[in-house]
Design a binder for this molecule. Structure first.
Ligand SMILES: C[S@@+](CC[C@H](N)C(=O)[O-])C[C@H]1O[C@@H](n2cnc3c(N)ncnc32)[C@H](O)[C@@H]1O
Length: 450
């Protein structure tokens, strides 16, 4: 049954959030995005702290804890079942370096400063657009007090340009939610019936807003729980990036790039004629707004940092050179195309990507080695982003994992196997050399779990 309670502050908790792992806000990925944008990485070979605000069932946090035994990992969420599940998994996997707390954002903001330590990474995914302005303020207070100098903040939220056409649809669903006596499925069914009735009966809103109908069709193909999570929250708001950047500035954090790697390169994320227009745009915030228009972007993965000054060029280059890529075994059929938001898909240069893919198949390749072939650093950054974003390759931050890293990864994989034996559906396994969790088929999972 839906819970409607003042402490929820309009957050809809009629359904439990699924167990999901998101690689885009792990330390390895955030470091990668930072380096690709010319910023310094946060050292991961010494103790560090990472936290997830609104962690759901904490699966990303659990993965991070398994991959980085030297990190202290924190997960915060006010939904007790989420925290209970995360703690149960942590105990089963032997992840003693986790702390999950069932606290609200308000409690986080108001706790004495010594309650929680300074964090090197603070992450929030699927939170900012779904909670009230008051909750967003609490989150900023926590960040202002608990982000270490040089620390990174990841914020994954809905972008206005791609969602604008659905604003009235969300308001209709919100009204259905407020007036319908039924549970989540009944609310979604009633909302869908009204929306499809409107389309069938020629409502001008849909005929005059083709994007609205298109987006609705996309949502209709998703799991009803996703639909509910997306649109039933009282305060659901998609944002323009400058609004978010202005809020983060109040916590002394500045924008340094996107964790959606290809979105750092206009050539891959906006229509070709727009590339020159963006190159001529001086104001960084305006550039981000225009990029969202260009891609009709629906979701942004912004990375902010406390201290946005870039390192010396030599240090930035050394950080790029140090990234070693490992081939992920994706079949190479010789056609190098890339599909990106808002563009038709782009043909990559086979004379560049063909030999690189071939080289990667022979063994891990450091970007420092590739630079001998591609001395243009901007080009090298682009190549690295493409290979990683298309899952052709992955960084290899721990070529020789420690005994503890191997043990923790094994513990994580075995706990996933037990979870699945009990009826769960987590088709994943920890890859300690790569510092990430990867999708796995049943045979790979069985091998990793034994
Ligand atoms: C969409 S889920 C995201 C979970 C996780 N970050 C992920 O992406 O897998 C958002 C989470 O925020 C939590 N949440 C929402 N409002 C909150 C509040 N005021 N205090 C604490 N947690 C909150 C919800 O319980 C939910 O688990």
């Amino acid at each position: 049954m839906e819970q409607r309670d003042a402490a929820q502050d309009g957050y809809y908790s009629g359904v439990t959030y699924p167990m999901e792992f998101h690689r885009q806000y792990t330390p390895v990925w955030l470091n990668l995005a930072a380096v690709i944008n010319g910023h310094r990485p946060c050292p991961l070979d010494r103790p560090f702290r990472w936290c997830d605000i609104g962690c759901g069932q904490g699966f990303t946090a659990l993965g991070v804890a398994a991959l980085h035994p030297n990190a202290e990992v924190f997960g915060f969420d006010f939904y007790p079942s989420h925290i209970e599940n995360a703690r149960r998994f942590a105990a089963d996997a032997g992840l003693a370096n986790t702390s999950f707390a069932d606290v609200s954002f308000e409690t986080l903001a108001n706790a004495p400063a010594t309650t929680w330590p300074k964090m090197d990474f603070i992450t929030l995914h699927g939170v900012w657009s779904w909670v009230s302005a008051t909750q967003r303020k609490h989150i900023l207070t926590f960040i202002a007090r608990h982000l270490a100098p040089g620390g990174m903040v990841y914020n994954g939220y809905n972008a206005l340009a791609g969602w604008a056409a659905l604003l009235p649809v969300q308001k209709l669903l919100r009204h259905v939610r407020a007036t319908h006596p039924g549970n989540t499925s009944a609310i979604i069914a009633a909302g869908n019936a009204l929306l499809h009735g409107l389309i069938r009966n020629g409502a001008a809103f849909f005929t005059e807003n083709p994007m609205a109908a298109l987006r609705l069709e996309f949502l209709g193909r998703q799991d009803p729980d996703y639909f509910a999570h997306e649109l039933l929250h009282e305060h659901w708001t998609p944002f323009s990036p400058d609004e978010v950047a202005a809020d983060f500035a109040t916590a002394q954090c500045g924008y340094i790039g996107s964790a959606t790697l290809l979105e750092n390169f206009d050539v891959f994320s906006v229509p070709p004629p727009m590339v020159a227009m963006l190159a001529a745009t001086q104001d960084p915030a305006q550039k981000e707004i225009l990029r969202d228009f260009g891609a009709a972007r629906m979701f942004r993965r912004d990375i902010f940092r406390r201290g946005t000054e870039k390192p010396l060029p030599g240090d930035a280059l050394a950080a790029l050179d140090a990234i070693t890529l490992t081939d992920l075994g994706l079949p190479d059929d010789g056609s190098y195309n890339i599909k990106t938001w808002g563009s038709e898909g782009l043909a990559l240069r086979a004379d560049i990507y063909g030999p690189i893919r071939q080289g990667l198949r022979a063994g891990p390749l450091a970007l420092g080695e590739l630079r001998e072939l591609f001395p243009d650093v901007a080009m090298l950054r682009e190549i690295a982003a493409v290979l990683i974003a298309t899952s052709a390759a992955f960084p290899t931050p721990f070529p020789q994992p420690s005994a503890l890293q191997l043990e923790r990864a094994r513990g994580f994989n075995q706990a996933v196997a037990r979870h699945n034996l009990a009826g769960g559906h987590a088709h994943l396994r920890a890859a300690p050399r790569l510092g990430t969790i990867l999708p796995a088929n049943i045979a790979e999972q069985a091998a990793a779990a034994t």
